[in-house]
Ligand binder design. Structure first.
Ligand code: FCB
Length: 441
């Protein structure tokens, strides 16, 4: 058996828009994802998160599932417009009460809540004023943080400010495939800095209200490779634009040298004093890892690289290469570059085309193999001294997979959307044993 350190935290993860549904109930305001999905033509099968897993009404049943999976912790996100329908100002008490009830239910079941403040559902009211492209958003995020933390400071110890700022700027503002759907290099460059500022203000806000809280940020994290030797510089650029861009300011107080000039050229709103606020704002680092990134150089100088579709046949239903060594490489890189900070793997998992058999079971052996291989590689990294404190499978249950809608299933619990019935998959049963034994059998 490959044992994990004593007190290692095993959990599963979800996000508000992907599971809650109740998009317009009990005073919730609209988010950019409500608007984006309702536009039509943006999401596979025109799916929306209107109902999703109906978790808003079924959270008690879902907490029971987490318990059954022997998880010690649960990572979820809070919907900003559910609590502040206009993004700032008046609080929707019913929305806030939902998260209080959820957290109480978790604690009653001895499950540690790990709360993410922003997993992509910007209040539409703030988007209309420019959202992440405008500097005011950092203050709005700080105000929202203070509402949430004042309500949950006695019950939630672990906080994550932003989920995957890389995907927010890359998919939401550069590629345009996520809400709010812009394709603009300029906008995306502005967004980067405002995300960092918002994270930092939120960090300081949480620490001032709850000094004992542990606060981190969650990054979309992949080791980066050039497709061939000719692409070595492109790989350095990709590492800077996708990984270091959020890590260096937080851990070193500056943008990566390689791209700093470009960033300042494209965004005149970067102020030197901002780095005093941004530096040292992570008690831990959340890493979401699924695959590796392979890039090729491009003629266009900015960003100077293009992410390549994998040619490997060893892929998940998302077409993402299965690359377990990547999690080992990633953790080792973080240890060497950033002084071995405490790390949680805040997401790892895979989509496969799961089906219910005639006995009513979901035998997702590919997912079991996937998780086994990644956890073995993670175990090796820990053996070599990487400061990894916990691991969260993405996801607790099948849910609304953004641009892919419900067509991609990531859960270790199957959701039959027509009936909202949950079925623990083979991978869920397997993972429950891992959690119980604190190791890989
Ligand atoms: C990550 C997101 C998460 C989920 C997984 C598959 O980028 O944080 O919400 O969609 O990918």
């Amino acid at each position: 058996m490959k044992s994990f350190p004593k007190n290692f935290i095993w959990g599963t993860a979800t996000a508000a828009y992907q599971i809650e549904g109740a998009w317009n109930e009990e005073g919730k305001g609209l988010s950019i994802w409500d608007e984006f999905t309702h536009r039509g033509g943006k999401i596979a099968n025109n799916d929306t998160g209107d109902i999703a897993c109906d978790h808003y009404h079924r959270y008690k049943e879902d907490v029971k599932l987490i318990k059954k999976l022997n998880c010690k912790a649960y990572r979820f996100s809070i919907s900003w417009p559910r609590v502040l329908p206009e993004g700032r100002g008046a609080v929707n008490q019913k929305g806030l009460d939902f998260y209080k009830r959820l957290v109480d239910e978790l604690l009653k079941n001895k499950i540690e809540p790990f709360a993410t403040l922003y997993h992509w559902d910007m209040p539409l009211a703030l988007e209309k004023d420019g959202g992440w492209t405008k500097r005011f958003i950092a203050d709005a995020f700080e105000e929202y943080t203070s509402v949430i933390v004042n309500a949950l400071k006695d019950t939630v110890k672990f906080w994550m400010t932003l989920n995957e700022p890389l995907i927010i700027y890359g998919a939401g503002y550069f590629a345009g495939v996520h809400a709010p759907g812009y394709k603009s290099l300029f906008k995306s460059m502005k967004v980067i800095h405002n995300l960092l500022l918002a994270h930092a203000k939120s960090y300081h806000c949480i620490k001032s209200i709850a000094p004992q809280a542990q606060v981190g940020i969650v990054n979309a994290s992949s080791p980066v490779f050039g497709e061939s030797e000719k692409d070595a510089h492109a790989a350095k650029l990709a590492e800077a634009f996708t990984q270091r861009i959020f890590l260096d300011p937080i851990f070193k107080g500056k943008y990566p040298d390689l791209i700093e000039k470009k960033l300042r050229l494209l965004n005149r709103d970067i102020k030197d004093k901002d780095f005093g606020i941004i530096k040292n704002t992570a008690d831990f680092l959340g890493l979401n890892n699924y695959t590796r990134m392979v890039v090729k150089k491009t003629l266009l100088p900015i960003p100077g690289f293009a992410i390549q579709q994998t040619t490997s046949e060893n892929v998940t239903a998302m077409g993402w290469e299965i690359y377990p060594e990547g999690i080992y490489k990633l953790c080792s890189w973080i240890r060497n570059e950033y002084g071995n900070p405490p790390v949680y793997i805040t997401e790892n998992g895979a989509a496969f085309d799961d089906a219910i058999n005639n006995k009513g079971e979901v035998l997702d052996t590919q997912r079991v193999e996937f998780l086994k291989s990644y956890l073995s590689a993670l175990h090796a990294a820990i053996q070599e001294g990487c400061n990894v404190k916990g691991y969260f499978v993405w996801s607790l249950m099948d849910n609304f997979e953004w641009a892919e809608g419900y067509s991609k299933r990531f859960g270790i619990v199957y959701v039959d959307y027509a009936t909202q019935k949950r079925i623990i998959k083979q991978s869920g049963k397997w993972y429950a044993e891992v959690c119980r034994k604190n190791g890989l059998p």
